[in-house]
Ligand binder design. Structure first.
Ligand code: FPP
Length: 227
């Protein structure tokens, strides 16, 4: 594939519920298919030279979904972060969590933290999980931290107060599932990201679809406000 590879890609993994409904299955079935697809895409992203992949696994707003659906998602997080994540370590991939994990069931928070802490710190590829993440909360918390410290901030020092401290801004944000909005994802960091929206539901957004998004990105001219 002839293309310019973005350094950091974010994915809003939308459409799992509708994918399951089309198959007359519970929403949890769609989330499981979504998780398996995410695993395949992360492997692919690493292979084609993307350095950072951020996946929106749970927004602060998603936390008000019915208990049954949340329990299903927490079950997937438990499984992924105790079993699958080890493959990432072997493949020399780092794990980062962004979001307020203190609001999750205690054992889930602990497993996520361990997943992050045990991953190789100098890896060439980083998989970032946005879990109970909300861009507005992230910004408000950062402002409060700056105020508490009595510090005046600039763009760089402010960035260091965000969950994404140390990560480059996303070059490309992909949203599957047909909605054309960012839904509180990387609100501060997405200022100059290229956006790619597709109707394809996340479990069907396979490597070929991912490559199509990268190909589309590579044809864009990024000017960052210059002429
Ligand atoms: C949005 O689709 C998707 C989510 C709220 C959850 C995404 C989570 C995964 C793909 C699993 C990730 C797993 C790990 C281990 C990080 P939706 O349910 O809102 O779909 P709909 O719009 O069709 O209802």
């Amino acid at each position: 594939m002839e293309s310019t590879i973005p350094r950091h890609v974010g994915i809003i993994m939308d459409g799992n519920g509708r994918w399951a409904k089309k198959r007359i299955q519970p929403r949890a079935f769609g989330h499981r298919a979504g998780m398996n697809n995410m695993i395949a895409l992360a492997e692919h992203a690493q292979k084609i030279g993307i350095e950072y992949l951020t996946v929106y696994a749970l927004s602060t707003e998603n936390l008000s979904r019915p208990k049954e659906e949340l329990d299903g998602l927490f079950g997937l997080f438990r499984k992924y972060f105790t079993v699958n994540v080890k493959k990432l370590y072997v493949e020399n991939a780092r794990v980062r969590i962004i979001g307020d994990i203190s609001a999750l069931p205690e054992d889930v928070g602990k497993i996520l933290k361990e997943g992050e802490d045990n991953s190789p710190p100098d890896a060439k590829f980083t998989l970032v999980f946005a879990i109970n993440y909300g861009g507005r909360n992230e910004i408000v918390n950062a402002v409060n931290r700056a105020v508490e410290r009595g510090e005046k901030v600039d763009k760089e020092s402010f960035s260091r107060l965000l969950y994404t401290d140390g990560l480059p801004d996303p070059d490309l944000i992909i949203r599957t599932g047909g909605e054309i909005r960012l839904s509180n994802f990387l609100t501060f960091q997405s200022a100059y990201a290229e956006l790619y929206f597709t109707d394809v539901l996340f479990p069907d957004f396979d490597k070929k679809e991912f490559d199509r998004a990268i190909e589309n990105y590579s044809k864009r001219e990024r000017r960052f406000g210059r002429i």
